[in-house]
Design a protein. Structure first.
Length: 180
């Protein structure tokens, strides 16, 4: 378990955290590290081996939300019913870990985005500029939902919408607390 909230460097075999999808880490001790890269924040996590086509959510896709499945092991999933506190109805909406930046193979390691401006996020289709962004409780699609301006968010805030949703993607300023 890392003993620092932020680190200066993390090993990346592609030199771009948005493209990491590896079966083994270059340095195992880095699992869980949160770090800044250019103007964004990331956390190194492992994707649950159950993120497969046989689940309701399917395989991990770019811009989907990542939910904590096991915080102590830095294990994330895109399958919200399997998220931490899954036995409590809709508790996954308060367990958003970050945003997947690429398609990741089940069981592999990746870097999820936890902070950044103008980030593509899968959204349910109703967000407009200025709305708050939270986990969508109406589906298990690992997507977000816009909350109307002047309405309080009832669960964990993901960020603020910058552009209206087109197809299934909006752009938002994302700020999700990492766990050390």
């Amino acid at each position: 378990m890392p003993n620092a909230n932020r680190v200066q460097t993390v090993y990346m075999n592609t030199a771009n955290p948005d493209t990491i999808n590896v079966t083994e880490l270059g340095r195992m001790g880095e699992l869980g590290q949160a770090y800044d890269w250019n103007d964004r924040g990331y956390q190194l996590v492992k994707v649950d081996s159950g993120c497969t086509a046989s689940t309701g959510t399917g395989v991990v896709a770019a811009n989907q939300l990542a939910f904590w499945k096991d915080r102590s092991a830095y294990l994330v999933t895109n399958n919200s019913p399997q998220a931490l506190f899954g036995v409590v109805a809709d508790s996954y909406r308060n367990n958003v870990a970050g945003v997947f930046r690429n398609a990741v193979t089940a069981g592999n390691y990746t870097h999820i985005l936890i902070r950044g401006r103008n980030i593509a996020v899968k959204e349910a289709g109703s967000a407009t500029q200025g709305m708050l962004l939270v986990a969508n409780t109406g589906s298990v699609a690992a997507d977000a939902l816009g909350i109307a301006v002047n309405t309080a968010a009832t669960n964990q805030l993901i960020g603020v919408v910058r552009t209206a949703t087109v197809t299934t993607t909006c752009y938002a300023d994302v700020d999700i607390p990492n766990i050390p």
